[in-house]
Each structure stands twice: as structure tokens, then as C-alpha cells.
Design a protein around this ligand. Structure first.
Ligand code: SF4
Length: 165
């Protein structure tokens, strides 16, 4: 299903080109994607042989320096996803905040709901990398996990005793 911005959808029976910057590596290749209107009828004039298998809305991907760029562009056009990262406060921890992230990429359209779900969330130390912070964020079925560690904060008295032992 086509989930990109409506402004990128060519009018019926027409083709259009959109431009993306690949984010799969620091080179940031400028990629062009030529699209057809997915809702165009079979007889719209776009030959069947130019419709790529399983991706009939994309006529051509160019400008990518490697196959990962084409994969990124196709995904970005048809089903854009992102990993959400942020930090949340820790109580009783040796650090005030820890980084957290979605364990997998989530649909771009769910990012706002994900950020909203994480707002106001705190976690109790100890926390280890990979610990599940939120099991199913924003109905995506994907958990938010810790991307850092937080040990329990040592009391000042213990710290002093440790130094003298
Ligand atoms: S297309 Fe390949 S080389 Fe270019 S930015 Fe993407 S991953 Fe890097």
C-alpha cells in the first residue's frame, strides 16, 4: 500500500519523480525514484513490463551508489519506517537518564504516538541494555528497550567505607 505523502502521488495515469537522500550510510546518495500512479487503471499506458514485480508503483530507482540505496528508497516510498530514540529519567540510578530506542523500526506514521507514549515515563534502576521499558509502544507490537545501563545509586556512606577498605 502506498503510504507516502499525498503530494508525491502523481495524478492518474501519470508518472512523477521524487528525490530522496539515502540514510543507510554517511555517503548520503541523492536517489531519484520515478513513480506511476498506483491507482491508475491497467490500461493507463504504463506497460506491464515496466512495472517491477511486487512494486508496481515504482518504475525506476537511480542515483543510488549500492543496492542498499534502492532497498531504502523502495521501503521509504511504500512503507517508511524509523527507529525512535530518546532518553528517559532514571530513579535511584547512578545516572539521571538512560537512552532508549524502539527494538525495531516502527512505521513512520506511528512516531508521534510513540514519542507521546514515552513522555513522562521513568524507569527504576538497575537497568541493563536490552531491558524492555515499554512492551508494545503505540500499538506497533514493538517494544522500547534500554540502550544504556544504569546501576543503583550507592549511598554516600557506602562509598566512603569502600574507599577505606
Ligand atoms: S546508496 Fe549505498 S552508498 Fe549511497 S548512501 Fe545509500 S548505502 Fe551509502
Amino acid at each position: 500500500m502506498f503510504q507516502n505523502d499525498q503530494k508525491n502521488i502523481p495524478s492518474a495515469g501519470k508518472t512523477d519523480t521524487i528525490h530522496l537522500t539515502c540514510i543507510r550510510c554517511p555517503l548520503g546518495c541523492a536517489i531519484s525514484v520515478r513513480l506511476e500512479n498506483l491507482r491508475a487503471p491497467e490500461n493507463c499506458g504504463i506497460p506491464k513490463e515496466r512495472r517491477l514485480p511486487g512494486d508496481c508503483g515504482i518504475l525506476e530507482v537511480s542515483g543510488n551508489g549500492c543496492p542498499r540505496g534502492e532497498e531504502y528508497a523502495r521501503k521509504e516510498i511504500t512503507d517508511p519506517v524509523r527507529t525512535v530514540t530518546t532518553t528517559i529519567p532514571v530513579t535511584n540510578g547512578d545516572v539521571k537518564r538512560i537512552p532508549v530506542k524502539t527494538r525495531e523500526e516502527i512505521p513512520k506514521g506511528r512516531i508521534f504516538a510513540c514519542v507521546k507514549a514515552l513522555k513522562g515515563l521513568t524507569v527504576e534502576a538497575p537497568v541493563q541494555i536490552g531491558d524492555v521499558i515499554l512492551p508494545d509502544v503505540a500499538g506497533t507490537g514493538i517494544p522500547v528497550v534500554a540502550a544504556g545501563n544504569a546501576a543503583v545509586k550507592q549511598l554516600a556512606g557506602n562509598a566512603v567505607r569502600e574507599q577505606h577498605s
